[in-house]
Ligand binder design. Structure first.
Ligand SMILES: *[C@@H]1O[C@H](CO)[C@@H](O)[C@H](O)[C@H]1NC(C)=O
Ligand SMILES: *[C@@H]1O[C@H](CO)[C@@H](O)[C@H](O)[C@H]1NC(C)=O
Length: 169
């Protein structure tokens, strides 16, 4: 008699244990799904940031005069060997508009890498061209400012723009 009852009680306890674990398991699944989602968003951010960080200033920073000198320092724009970049372009359009260039019907070979395809924007974008006038080693670089409007050229992959390749006025 006693062994049977003891076994029954033990079985009951086990069943309750599993039921108690259920909310925890649901929680773990939710956390796992959230982590997956978060990771996806993270990679998307990284895809956008390189071109956004280097070339997109929207709405345009109100750095008074010396816009280029200020922005080149703020964004740490320099050659890999820490010399001053000769030319740099900031685009003053919203990031979504820049992303949409990748669906443009205007495709042509890139000006500097003719074996790669560039997408050209269908409308003119507002930009500032910064041209080096003085300095060789970053951060001692001084730039001339030219506000322009032109068609931008970018390379794209499945997720959007990858590199800014130039512009056509
Ligand atoms: C640094 O890199 C730039 C661009 O790649 C190149 O034009 C320049 O000659 C290099 N300067 C030195 C000192 O290596
Ligand atoms: C492309 O080539 C032009 C000269 O032909 C140069 O001024 C410009 O910096 C180059 N652009 C890139 C992204 O290498």
């Amino acid at each position: 008699m006693l062994p049977v009852r003891a076994r029954a009680r033990r079985a009951g306890v086990k069943a309750r244990d599993v039921k108690g674990l259920l909310p925890l398991m649901v929680l773990m699944v939710i956390v796992y799904l959230l982590l997956l989602l978060w990771e996806n968003e993270l990679t998307e951010d990284v895809m956008l940031t390189s071109i956004e960080h280097l070339h997109v200033d929207y709405p345009q920073n109100t750095a008074p005069l010396r816009y280029c000198n200020y922005m080149i320092l703020q964004r740490v724009i320099r050659e890999p060997n820490h010399t001053c970049k000769k030319l740099h372009v900031f685009i003053h359009e919203r990031p979504q508009k820049i992303n949409s260039v990748c669906t443009s019907s205007k495709k042509k070979s890139c000006p500097n890498y003719s074996e790669i395809f560039c997408f050209q924007s269908e409308t003119r974008f507002r930009m500032t061209v910064c041209q080096l006038i003085d300095g060789t080693r970053y951060p001692a670089c001084r730039y001339h400012i030219s506000p322009i409007e032109g068609f931008i050229l970018v390379t794209c992959d499945d997720l959007g723009p990858v590199n800014f390749q130039g512009y056509i006025e």
